[in-house]
Design a protein around this ligand. Structure first.
Ligand code: NAG
Ligand code: NAG
Ligand code: NAG
Ligand code: NAG
Ligand code: NAG
Ligand code: NAG
Ligand code: NAG
Ligand code: NAG
Ligand code: NAG
Ligand code: NAG
Length: 357
């Protein structure tokens, strides 16, 4: 018995001296689900979109363009300067109270690669080598083989933040940045960032740290029974959905209303894109008509497996509220506005008549 004791003790010592997981890079994710997520990649060298596509096992360069709001005409050989962050889109999977990229990206071990090099250099520190070892059941971190395929578990989350569905973005902190600055740039607050990332008051950010930043998404008309529900497109990005048939973009400046249109692309798994007309058949997704003070848009409302794209008419009204006694000061003001306009038009009509006569 005593003779087994020493090796066991040694093993325990060895294991306990291994650095533990970097806590800053563990995102909490309590709801077991999958969702779309983003993370920054900062290449140490000049690189291209097609190289990034391969490195992160991304199917289509279009999704990188959309995540970074780059023009759709950008070629795959487009170069990205060293040290410039680029947002990587991926699917997040929540398990064991944390979020990890869902079995992707897959990295194939090259000659002379070590786990540390892969984690710290190839993937620029977005994961630690211990995290790669853990999810791939690598028991000896010094023993990986050329050609071996490794799942790189990028941190992410699918949780709501303050009861709102958001897109979690793994923002790599730049030197000299601050919580206030990051909060302002991405439309959130310092307190939300602190709570989400477990940052104590007074502690400072580290350059290179991956911060969980919740991004607000545009409002959409997408139905809950749609295959892409919940459809979350964050500010300043675009995304292809419904088997590539529909392109949707979000711009906060447009009142957080999702804007979709037929993509004009070949569908990925249907023979052709179906009709995308709203009831009545006059409007196609993205078309708008104005009637008086109402603006009606034919909006994208989701898709189903049987080659159907749903639409919905969404009306935005700027009509003055004609109300009754006891109306709010706002209504009062708009009524005055209306009567002034009315008076103005009447005077002009009269002047026009006088002129014509
Ligand atoms: C990128 O590819 C296009 C055509 O495929 C070519 O015309 C262009 O010169 C290339 N640009 C660079 C920077 O390699
Ligand atoms: C999740 O936790 C269970 C129990 O703690 C463990 O057996 C399992 O391997 C964990 N899964 C992952 C992917 O870490
Ligand atoms: C970056 O470039 C340097 C020298 O040009 C090279 O040694 C290194 O392997 C490159 N790193 C990556 C990740 O390609
Ligand atoms: C690691 O081992 C666990 C349990 O033995 C297994 O469920 C899991 O699929 C393995 N993961 C990989 C990547 O081989
Ligand atoms: C939305 O994105 C634009 C363009 O990057 C940016 O100027 C604006 O501050 C963002 N708004 C919010 C609320 O995040
Ligand atoms: C941090 O401290 C400031 C004032 O020093 C306080 O207003 C704020 O609520 C604190 N935030 C947290 C998360 O404790
Ligand atoms: C649209 O989004 C904004 C901001 O998230 C929210 O205040 C508003 O209620 C939403 N409008 C609709 C119609 O959902
Ligand atoms: C945004 O909403 C406000 C109030 O609801 C409205 O006055 C404004 O015209 C809208 N802007 C756009 C671009 O739709
Ligand atoms: C409706 O949208 C289609 C495709 O986006 C466009 O070609 C067409 O001109 C639009 N029609 C109207 C009436 O706006
Ligand atoms: C605008 O829409 C409202 C209801 O959505 C409707 O009652 C009103 O008659 C419409 N006005 C015009 C000019 O179409």
């Amino acid at each position: 018995m005593g003779f087994h004791f020493v090796p066991l003790l040694l093993t325990l010592l060895l294991f306990s001296t291994l650095p533990t997981k970097s806590s800053s890079q563990t995102f909490k994710c309590s709801s077991p689900s999958t969702c779309r997520s983003l993370i920054d990649y900062i290449s140490p060298n000049t690189t291209t979109l097609s190289h990034i596509k391969t490195l992160f096992s991304i199917k289509n360069v279009r999704s990188i363009l959309g995540a970074n709001n780059l023009p759709l005409s950008t070629l795959p050989n487009f170069t990205i300067p060293a040290k410039q962050p680029i947002k990587i889109p991926f699917t997040c999977l929540c398990i064991n109270n944390t979020g990890l990229s869902n079995k992707q990206p897959i990295y194939t071990v090259q000659k002379d690669d070590g786990l540390y090099h892969i984690a710290a250099e190839v993937f620029s520190g977005l994961v630690t080598y211990q995290e790669i070892a853990a999810v791939n059941n690598v028991t000896d971190v010094n023993l990986i083989e050329v050609g071996q395929e490794l799942w790189i578990p990028l941190p992410c989350s699918c949780d709501d933040v303050d009861g709102v569905k958001v897109v979690h973005y793994g923002h790599v902190v730049e030197a000299g940045s601050s919580l206030e600055f990051i909060a302002q740039e991405y439309g959130t607050s310092r307190n939300t960032l602190m709570k989400l990332n477990g940052i104590a008051n007074g502690s400072s950010l580290l350059a290179g740290q991956v911060l969980d930043v919740p991004l607000q998404a545009c409002n959409s008309s997408v139905r809950i029974d749609s295959l892409d529900s919940p459809f979350l497109v964050p500010n300043n990005t675009y995304f292809f959905t419904a088997n590539n048939c529909v392109k949707c973009k979000c711009d906060a400046a447009n009142n957080w209303t999702l804007q979709c249109e037929p993509s004009g692309k070949k569908p990925s798994s249907w023979s052709a894109c179906p009709a995308m007309q709203c009831e009545g058949g006059l409007l196609t997704i993205g078309n708008t008509t104005t009637s008086g003070c109402n603006t009606t848009t034919c909006a994208y409302a989701g898709f189903s497996g049987d080659q159907n794209i749903f639409t919905a008419l969404a009306t935005q009204s700027t009509c003055p509220v004609t109300t009754a006694p006891g109306g709010s000061p706002g209504n009062f003001a708009s009524r005055i506005g209306l009567s002034r306009n009315y008076l103005f038009i009447c005077i002009h009509m009269i002047l026009l008549l006088v002129y014509l006569l």
